[in-house]
Write a protein that binds this ligand. Sequence first.
Ligand code: PEP
Ligand code: MN
Length: 353
Amino acid sequence: MELESILLPGVDAKRPLLIAGPCSAETEEQVMETARQLASKGIKIFRAGIWKPRTKPGGFEGLGVEALPWLQRVQSELGMYTAVEVATAKHVRDCLAHNVDILWIGARTSANPFAVQEIADALEGIDIPVLIKNPVNPDLDLWIGAIERIYNAGVRRIGAIHRGFSTADKKIYRNLPQWHIPIELHRQIPNLPIICDPSHIGGKRELIASLCQQAMDLNFDGLIIETHINPDKAWSDAAQQVTPEVLDFILSNIVIRDTTQTTENLSALRRQIDELDNSLLELLARRMRVSREIGQYKKEHNMPILQTQRYDEILQNRITQAEQMGMDAEFMKTVLVAIHEESVRHQQEIMKM
Ligand code: PEP
Ligand code: MN
């Protein structure tokens, strides 16, 4: 796939790409205040659900187009970019009419090829970043199929969002991470950025920090985290949202391991190990040659191969020496016994000649 960067002008290129904002836009005040606090923490991309897919009817299903002008205020007053979930062609048109910057396709939608195709058709000829969540079921081909449908519509700025997979067992996670699936996605489409959604994986705010760290350790490109000024009072997904303050605390505690740096240092260290192993082999080969000369001497002087006292001395002295050098006595004994056995084998060969 010939993909283009999903980064927008002014958004920091270094990992992680950050998207934050409420599960749902609820009121103009909630949207503006959440965005204001996030902007003050340096967040550049604001997410908000406008249309909410709910498991059962009667839940808060989002305010719809009414809330889109609030996102335009977030753009114009705070200089943030906005990201909204789309599930139908109409959603796409409404978002484009209100200058939404990034679209994402939700997990229930990406599980449905008809719906994804409808969105793809609505995106034909439109250049906007589109993020595709994994389908609710752990089906990598279905996820890739959704990505391909959007790609085939001509969209090139594509990213994936890993939000975990639906499970009846909600003991720990709301949606099982099954990390091997996004890892395999990365193997199959290496240039596709993958963003982790710890909020929907965890389902509870206590899990977000450790999920963020795991995603960063697995080299994910970004994080999308649900953030609300008053999480407990949120109209949807209350248990998993965090305040902008807590988000900032979580982000400042994430360790971003520098992969290039680590690889470089690691390969330098590995080169040292290779050289040392090489020296060890050469030394052992030399030791065996000397051992064969001793065998020759013993043969000529009619001496036995095994001289127990000498062997005991070597073992004792070398084990003590090894311990002084910080190595384990048992380990050194194993090594010396193996070397001695091989020496004896060489000398036996000489004796037989
Ligand atoms: C959301 O991001 O609020 C959402 C509905 O997520 P998902 O599609 O992952 O369930
Ligand atoms: Mn949500």
